[in-house]
Ligand binder design. Structure first.
Ligand code: ATP
Ligand code: LTN
Length: 327
């Protein structure tokens, strides 16, 4: 069985875009791959965050992943900080990374160009820690959003560099970039991605939104004045976005939805999509509450950390021997 690993930063509340683009994919993958999913809580410290907020985000994130169908029997779910090997290998990877190499990372360059205040050294070196996150587990595939692809490529370079300088130690991972069709757009500004940090509240549906309010957001989504129901993301991005959401949540194909709506109006499509979102959130939140009440999160993390530590410690021991830290 091939291995897959991904990390999620607990920096904010999850959106319908995160669910359709990422969580749902992980849930599908767990039947086909040996899966490791970890909460990248050490990465969350690269930007200022309140301790209470980080705690809450982390718990919510795990409860929502479990509610969405991630199964701890199939997937190893853990906190990065529960596995010290991440920080240990992270330092080795930082020392293997070139100063200029990290400066060329687009995400870092973008933040510098925007002259955002409070840029930390952690934000600069975090791709090296991310490389360690990945290489500890020898995954074949790393599913990531397009913005993270360059970091997985850096990971490949660092792994090759290490293997060449010492001896064969790390598997070279492949990035698995989320399909374009799986991108959900801002309901008020449908050429922009639905994003918790950049969309307006009306443009973004959060997984913990009140379901009735979420239904209203769908009803007031921006469409167009053509009045024809077809799937044309270029000319009718708002409508295409609603059709994508409906298709993703029901499993009905886009063609079938378009077919069914011939001769009908946008209002009807919005009503059905709104109702489907309402039911989806109601059901998800019910499971989310049950999971939080049951204290299962602590148990899942304890088990996950045990399994992850076993794999990661072996790798770090090997690396420590090879580089000469262990005498
Ligand atoms: P931000 O809103 O702050 O930019 P984000 O919502 O993009 O953050 P990430 O942590 O970067 O959050 O993304 C987590 C995962 O969710 C990634 O795999 C990303 O591709 C996916 N994702 C995020 N937003 C969307 C979206 N609108 N449509 C589809 N997938 C998404
Ligand atoms: N950098 C990623 C989160 C992340 C990650 C990883 C993803 C940290 N370590 C390892 C895949 C594999 C982000 O900002 N979304």
């Amino acid at each position: 069985m091939k291995t897959m690993l991904s990390g999620i930063k607990p920096t904010g509340r999850l959106t319908l875009g995160n669910y359709i683009g990422a969580i749902r994919e992980f849930v599908k993958y767990q039947d086909e791959y040996e899966m490791f999913i970890f909460i990248a809580n050490q990465h969350a410290l690269t930007v200022p965050i309140e301790a209470a907020e980080l705690r809450k985000n982390t718990k919510d994130l795990i409860a929502l992943y479990l509610a969405a169908g991630l199964d701890p029997e199939k997937t190893t779910i853990f906190l990065q900080s529960d596995v010290p090997a991440h920080a240990q290998l992270g330092w080795i990877m930082t020392c293997l990374s070139g100063y200029g190499e990290l400066q060329r990372m687009t995400q870092f360059k973008d933040k510098m160009a925007k002259q955002e205040t409070g840029i930390t050294a952690g934000l600069y070196t975090y791709p090296s820690l991310m490389a360690a996150d990945i290489l500890l587990y020898d995954p074949d595939y790393v599913p990531v959003g397009i913005d993270q692809k360059q970091h997985v490529e850096l990971t490949r370079n660092l792994a090759e560099r290490f293997n060449k300088r010492y001896s064969d130690t790390f598997k070279i991972p492949e990035p698995l970039v989320t399909k374009v069709g799986a991108k959900i757009y801002d309901l008020q500004n449908p050429t922009k991605k639905m994003s918790k940090s950049e969309s307006s509240p009306k443009g973004c549906i959060e997984l913990l939104d009140n379901p009735a309010q979420a239904r209203n957001k769908i009803k007031s989504a921006i469409t167009d004045s053509l009045g024809i129901i077809q799937y044309d993301p270029e000319n009718q991005p708002g409508l295409a976005n609603l059709i994508t959401i409906l298709s993703a949540l029901t499993g009905e194909s886009i063609e079938s939805i378009v077919d069914r709506y011939q001769g009908k109006g946008y209002g009807e499509l919005k009503k059905e999509t709104g109702d489907v979102v309402f039911d989806f959130l109601t059901d998800l939140q019910k499971r989310y509450k049950e999971i939080l009440d049951s204290k299962i999160v602590d148990k899942v993390l304890e088990e996950g950390a045990k399994k992850a530590n076993a794999v990661a410690n072996k790798k770090v021991a090997k690396v420590y021997r090879k580089v000469g830290l262990k005498i």
